[in-house]
Structures are given as structure tokens and as C-alpha cells.
Design a protein around this ligand. Sequence first.
Ligand code: FES
Ligand SMILES: [Fe+2]
Length: 377
Amino acid sequence: MTTEALIAAIAARAATPPESALALPPAAYRDETLHALERERIFKRDWLCAGSANEIPKPGDYLTFAIDDQPIVVVRGDDGVIRSFSNVCLHRMMRLAEGRGCARKFTCPYHAWTYDLRGRVVAVPHMKDAPNFRARDLALPEIRTEVWHGWIYVTLNAEAPSVATQLEALDPLVAPYQMENYIPVAAQDHIWATNWKVLTENFMEGYHLPVTHRATVGAWMPVDSTRYPNAIHDGFTYQTFEKIEGATYGRAHPDNHRLEGAQRYTTVMPTVFPSHMYVLGPDHFWYLSLRPKGVGEVHVRFGISYAPEVHATLTDRESSVANLVAFFDKVNGEDRTVVESVYANSNAPLAITGRLSWLEREINDFARYLARRLKAA
Ligand code: FES
Ligand SMILES: [Fe+2]
């Protein structure tokens, strides 16, 4: 199948009503030319989530991320504002910051050019005698950054509509949870051997929960409680579902006075296109932010936060967090098994894909998003 035919096949999926929708063809997860188009038309143009703002609560706290081949450092300034910069030294392109941490300034590990929290050059050793060189005029390129309900979004696209505009219709659904106050207890980065779209589609659908996750989250979720948005939104989709009484996670703490009625046991599961997904419960959230490493590998950023009243009343914080993280390691392991298998099998000569269940409605929404972005400019 040529890439043009593949894009036409995705557009045909997008044009199908959800009740008759088909999964994407196997080549959609394999085609190198399509992957190159996704990099240009999706990952360099849309907003990506670098993490949650409470992961860098204090001035100087930073985390690193990347948009396609552009390394980024996201840092909270002395004024409390979160900014993002190119994480590439202005001297000879060494990476400045690694991983996560707290810094007053960033000193390049190569020749020690040094930058403040606003990206300005503040020190350059052994350059006094360089004629016509004014280090203080130099600053790292700043990257567009927006914080929305506690999520840090970054983009290389100066023209992209603001996150707040794109997610306006999601606001009433998630605002009551006040997720911006949730407290992070774990953040991890992994690389999985799958195409990013396989993992996105896996996250979106609840169809696999009672099967793949029967030993973990699947046991607590009555699938018939699943609901979807009535409208199709450009920037996101979501589903909501309930958690049964007795579920270990996913129900409001008695001290939660924000949520009422069914909200107290309802989870909202948004996918912010292209690749930020979260499971927002009354008591915790966990999220994934994906960026492709290649057609068959994906960087997975994963984090978990507790609602503040849950965090405040933990009797043994260390073991509660360890249990929570171990539980979600298990859930992620269950997903990893299936998404790596699906990707491997997408190369099988006899592989075909089939009809989608009503519980996979968001995969059809995702096809619409892909078709919109991939169509020739
Ligand atoms: S590359 Fe950073 S100081 Fe030389
Ligand atoms: Fe899953």
C-alpha cells in the first residue's frame, strides 16, 4: 500500500459513523513515510504534554522533555512561572540539563557556559578577549508553553490555537475534580517497542479492560457505565466510566467536598490529541504522554498523583505510594504486553484488522484527528 493509499484509508475510516467503524489497516503502524508525515504534521505542530506542573513545584525545579528532535528543559522561574527552553547549548550544542532536578542555573557540562532560569547566558569562561562578543545578549530559544488545569503543554508551533481554546469544551467535565491540586508521587520514563498509535488506541478504549486488566483495574469497572461526548471535538476526546463500591482506587475520599453524586465514583479519561492521556479519578490520576522514538518505538512518560485529601490522610505514605506504583506497574505491564504484540503482528503478511466495538468509539475519533492532520497541506 502506498502512503497516499494509506492516508486515504485512514480518511475512509474517519468518514465512517462510529457504529460501523473499522480499525486502522496494519500498514498505518509500519509505514516509514507516514511516520515522517506524523512527525511534521502532528508532533511538530500540536501541543504535547511534558508533565504536570506540581512535578516542578518550587522555583528552579525542572524536568526535561523533547518535541521530535528538539530537546527541551521545562523550568519554574523565581516568579513561579513555568517556561520551556531549547535544551541545547548555544556554544557547540551540548545538552544542558538531564532528567529532573532543581537548579539555580544551568551550567553546560562541556565548556561551562551558564544560563539562568530565564535562559539568559550569565557566564562564559575564558571568553574575555573575544572581540565583538557579548555573552549577555544571548539567551536560549524559548518554547511556547501553556499550563492548563495543572498540565504543562509545549509546542514548536507559534500558530497553534491556545490549549485553553482547544480544550474549552473539556473544561466543565474535568474542572470539578481540581486536578491541578493533585500531588505527584511518581513519574517515570520508559521506551516501549510499539508504534505510538497502537498505545494511544489501547489507552482510549475500555473494551480491553475486563480482559487484559481482569487481574487489576478491569475488575472494578462496569463497562456498561461507559459514556462518550455527544459532539466530535478537534483537540480531544474522552470517555467516562464508574468504579464499583469496593474498588481500591477510583472513588472519592470522605474528605473530598468538591465532587457530588455520581461524580464521586466517576472517572474521566481524556485523550488530548495527539498523545496526552489521563485517567482522572476522584482520588488520584495517572497519565501517559507519548512521543515516537521511531516508527516502532515510543517514549512513554508516566506519572501518578493523589488527590490532596488522600495524600494528607495517608497513614504510611511510603508504603501507600509503593503499593500504588506497584499496582500501576502491573497495569502498565499488562498494556505493554498487548501493544508490543499488536505492533509486532502488524508486520505479519496475513494480518488484517476488523470492526470496532461501541466501547472503542474513541478509536474512531482518533482516526478523524489523524485524517485531519495528515491530509496534504
Ligand atoms: S557546548 Fe556548552 S559550553 Fe561548549
Ligand atoms: Fe490498558
